[in-house]
Design a protein around this ligand. Sequence first.
Ligand code: DON
Length: 390
Amino acid sequence: MDPITALLEKVLIEIGPHDSGEPASYIPELAESDPNLLAFGVVGPRGRVMTVGDDGAEFTIQSMSKPFVLALALHTFGREAVFARVGAEPSGEPFNAISLEAGTGRPANPMVNAGAIATTSLIPGADIDERTAAIVAMMSAFAGRSLWIDESVYASESATGDRNRALAHLLKSYGIVEGSVHDAVETYFRQCSVLVTVRDLAVMAATLAFGGRNPVTRERVVSERVARDVTSIMASCGMYDFSGEWMLRVGLPAKSGVSGGVMAVAPSQFGVAAFSPRLDAHGNSVRAQAIVAMLSDRFGMHLLEPHESIAAPGISVQESAAGPVVRLGGELGFAGAERVLSMLREIVTAAPNAAVITVDAAELARSHPAAVMVLQTEIDSMAPRVRLLQ
Ligand code: DON
């Protein structure tokens, strides 16, 4: 067994015995799910998927669909058009609250139901089937396989979805939902009923973690900007009225669903997903949250954990006949440029006057325009003793 899977197995053993909470009962079909199921997994930068527990179990994606429909709306219409219809503020309220802005009726954010129905209503399509197909195609690209719907959960959700219908009618009265309320809300029920496994969810989360490119299929699904926008909203609003506490303790953009799933994004590190149907009073899975919290702690994934790498690009110095060559590798950010420049000043002072110092930035994996600009400006001021290769 590889060392990461071994660590995951240890977490599984520690969390397994916890049995508080109950599966969601307001959707009758969800109340039937086996409360003892437990699975989780992570996907790393090279697309390796590591899962443990009941990782073959399928469950409906529920509210974890919301980030992907937001991604589709942003991909289709851009940031301004989408956020004209739905806010970007945590509501501090439960998922099914009437969190609408006074006066405009704009829902607080796209993660609560009102905001998600507003986002879904934006997705183009002649009817429910066309809109659903577009949404499922986007989710499938995130997951790297063709997903589809559990018709009995959909039927159960539609049969008991009057609160969501009421929210949709309110949105229509404010002009936030245009067109058919029925189509918007049934499409929302269908998106919630898409079947996934923890593997699928971990790959979907990883696609967000790696800037919109699926690390397994290597397909670019959405732009870096869209992935960043979605992840930002998950960070502030993904866990409803537990979002602030979650950020404090776990520190990962995340989204929960009433089926018992939690998926989390560790940017540039891992996509994470966990599943266990027993929920707490906020409608979040007890054991899935505990697992993500434990992984964040043990793997050092808290978003606000300080990191050395962004401030320290790879720097190696070699001698050549003309003078020293300073080779840069990895990522050059703003703080990293400062570090390169202070090293460069020392090299310039130590080198003989006749030496030409070359800064070779051609092998950088990633560079930020402001960092390159700072480097270029300073190196220009040291010419002809120093030159930059890009
Ligand atoms: O809107 C609903 O009732 C569900 N289909 C989705 C809610 C959900 O998953 C809330 N999240 N924890």
